[in-house]
Write a protein that binds this ligand. Structure first.
Ligand SMILES: Cc1ncc(COP(=O)(O)O)c(C=O)c1O
Length: 445
């Protein structure tokens, strides 16, 4: 390893508390310093490269150093980098809000901005509760989420997140919430279709709402794919049923599309596949093509109207300093331009066909279960008793020039949409190779 690589590793370990990491693990698991990136590739200082098969935590859509997003940002830098959004406004945030609203068929016409996914979730929760309070129903304070759902790490978002490893240490600090059974089709009985299972799970939601609707403000779901649960996928029937139940029982439906939005599941928003519209839509991650932190909550005229009043306290008095940052909004606009100019969703379909064909052998592998795909997300579960599987796979993948971070025994990939056919072939061959190597490593240890 070069002196430059080594010195950055040491300085990083000394100065940075890295996210979602037990720092002691870095005694044996080296950090990877990245010098530059282009397209799907990340390069270190020694000229080694890694195919970013997880789109840098699910954010990147059109590759690193995308010339079109770079140009848009450079132009924006010359005009306006940032301005307070309370009392002021600017063109990028207006254009972005109009375009996002149009993408919802103008059903969600009001955009409230923040910086990260978790802060969007906080906003949706607060807005839902406050809507009911402003509507004379202050008793609607409860939130429902799906078992194994993930919505972020801030206290409100963590309270509706159901991942024990992230949640348990902070349990005494968290508000109460209810988890209903997830429609993840891996939970279906033998012979039960994903759709029938989704219907059964919706019936469980119905039983809960029947009893508790008067005290429930909202249910929050990750439409079609629960990412941090290990890319758990479910049938769109659940969305239809959940929407109908929310209407029946006067409970908001919050769609957390922080991971699934922007074409990841094969439609621009995943909720479209259920032919529904949520009351709140949380977006982040891919919104800026993976360039800058930006999140937004879109909501309906009805919600907006409930806050519109002479009384200041009935307003939504929530803020973040960088709300509606002009550079981030410009990156988002450049991202939306690429969607409309390049017919991205259609071209992703062809890429998915190729990835499915090349990785079909996985389905026959004796240790692979539940090979699954939706849009530009793939996953499979590995039958292993080794608690160190994820780490071994991650290391073996790096040695094969791939960035892949299994979630426990689930291997998944969701590459940037600009991945070429040649890169897809490399990705497929190396995934198969990495699986064999990590299983051999396991049997040797
Ligand atoms: C569905 C979902 N919601 C919320 C979040 C939190 O977003 P952030 O990490 O930007 O706070 C994530 C992050 O992975 C997510 O996948």
């Amino acid at each position: 390893m070069s002196a430059r690589n080594t010195s950055l590793l040491t300085r990083s370990i000394n100065a940075i508390w890295h996210p979602c990491t037990q720092m002691k693990q870095h005694e044996t698991l080296p950090l990877v310093p990245i010098a530059r990136a282009e397209g799907v590739w990340l390069y270190d200082f020694d000229g080694r490269r890694y195919l970013d098969a997880i789109s840098s935590w699910w954010v990147n859509l059109f590759g690193h150093a995308n010339p079109r997003i770079n140009a848009a940002l450079n132009a924006q830098l010359e005009i306006l980098e940032h301005v307070i959004l309370a009392g002021f406004t600017h063109a990028p945030v207006i254009e972005l809000s109009e375009q996002l609203s149009a993408l919802t068929g103008n059903r969600l016409g009001h955009c409230f901005y923040a910086s990260d996914g978790a802060s969007a979730v906080e906003i949706a929760l607060k807005m839902s509760f406050h809507f009911w309070r402003n509507s004379g129903r202050p008793g609607k304070t409860g939130f429902i989420s799906l078992a194994h759902g993930y919505h972020g790490e801030t206290l409100g978002a963590l309270a509706i997140t159901d991942v024990a490893l992230f949640r348990d240490a902070y349990a005494p600090l968290l508000m109460h919430s209810t988890q209903v059974v997830s429609p993840d089709w891996r939970g279906a009985e033998p012979g039960e279709s994903p759709r029938a299972y989704a219907e059964r799970c919706a019936t469980a939601l119905e039983s809960h709402l029947e009893q508790h609707h008067a005290k429930t403000a909202a249910i929050i779901i990750e439409p079609l794919v629960q990412g941090a649960a290990g890319m758990a996928m479910y049938d769109a029937e659940y969305l239809r049923r959940a929407r109908a139940l929310c209407d029946q029982y006067q409970v908001h439906l919050i769609a957390d599309e922080i991971m699934t939005g922007f074409g990841r599941t094969g439609t621009f928003f995943a909720y479209e596949q259920g032919d529904i519209t949520p009351d709140f839509l949380c977006l982040s991650k891919g919104i800026t093509g993976g360039y800058l932190p930006l999140s937004v909550v879109l909501t309906t005229d009805a919600v907006y109207a409930a806050f519109y009043d002479d009384n200041i306290a009935r307003g939504f008095l929530h803020s973040h300093s960088y709300t509606g940052n002009a550079l981030a909004c410009r990156a988002a606009l450049a991202t939306l331009d690429i969607f409309s100019q390049d017919r991205v969703i259609e071209s992703n379909r062809n890429k998915a066909v190729l990835i499915n064909r090349l990785l079909a052998p996985l389905a026959q592998h004796s240790r692979v279960k539940h090979l699954r795909n939706i849009g530009m997300i793939w996953a499979f579960d590995v039958e292993t008793a080794d608690a160190g599987f994820a780490r071994k796979f991650y290391m073996a993948a790096l040695a094969n020039e791939l960035l892949l971070r299994p979630i426990e025994a689930t291997v998944y990939w969701m590459p940037p949409y600009v991945i070429t056919d040649e890169e897809i072939e490399l990705l497929a061959t190396r995934i198969l190779m990495t699986l064999e190597q990590s299983l051999t490593l396991i049997s040797c240890t």
